[in-house]
Design a binder for this molecule. Sequence first.
Ligand code: FUB
Length: 377
Amino acid sequence: MRTHRKANLLTPALLASLALASACQSNGSKNETTATGTAAADTTQSAPASAGDSTGKKFLSQPLVRDIYTADPSAHVFNGKIYIYPSHDIETGMPENDNGDHFAMRDYRILSMDSPEGKVTDHGVALDVKDVPWAKRQMWAPDAAFKNGTYYLYFPVKDKQDIFRIGVATSKSPTGPFKADPQPIAGSYSIDPAVFADTDGNAYMYFGGIWGGQLQRWRTAKYDSTVAPNQPANEVAIGPRFARMSKDMRKFDGPVQEVKILDENGKPLLAGDTKKRFFEGVWMHKYNGKYYLTYSTGDTHLLVYAVGDKPEGPFTYKGVLMNPVQGWTTHHSIIEFNGKWYIFYHDTQLSNKTWLRNVKVTELKRNADGTMETINP
Ligand code: FUB
């Protein structure tokens, strides 16, 4: 089940988090506010949920903001500043299930920081589901890009037929507000877009997620709602999708392809290899001329990575980037800032509820051979 893997503990901290959940519901204004949270090492904060370490365990980093719930952080450096495009988690009372109906988000709020250790600013609502003509529900993990003076927000949301599509919205400001195009990107489906701008000026979208992300229902060009979430273990695992972006960044320029992820012997990963195979939350970055495809393994709760020579792959599995966080989902992004590399991720430290998450950041370290150190969050 895409539900709690770890037991919920009813503690005073959890009660505090309920108060936070209630505050989060009313905190939808567009006013720019400065968050009370600070990055990584500061554990002395006094926000209502500061005792939110409901399991008593130590966390590597602290939540970046504490007055709203945020998840799926896609971070980018625009004009020397860090912008985070997260999901905005809310409490809606939807029951937990494998479709992820309990992730019932309705808008996006953008965060910014001058540095990974700096103060975090919450810029208010950047896009609301009610302002997307084709959308019905569940604004999941977004991403953003910048080109020729325009910022692009890419977002997965279910359409009126309850099928995930990927939309695009534009703004002249990295913090919005964003205006959505009247239709989703033609040919798009499933969830978790990640747009990667290569050094040669080409841009690509990676996307997809199985189970509640519906990717298994796209074996052909036609959506088939009858396909079961789990593939037979001996089948080649479903891969993330990849498409080149058009020059105007609003369309796919060419066909959507499936990305191949291979094991160390050059054989495609199998569906039964659940600690290595792709589930959701893909990200792409380039380091020393190599393409690093990082992603979540979903029901085994790992962030792992595979390396390739071209943006379209194939990619060869290399190892675990991050061990499981507290909470069912794990989702991340990677940026370089002032010569260091950082990973933005989330866990459920403030709420201990799978669907009420908080974003975090920590440094990502590499070995001389380009492999990445495993992070214990
Ligand atoms: O936030 C909803 C979904 O949970 C995302 O789209 C997935 O990547 C997972 O984090």
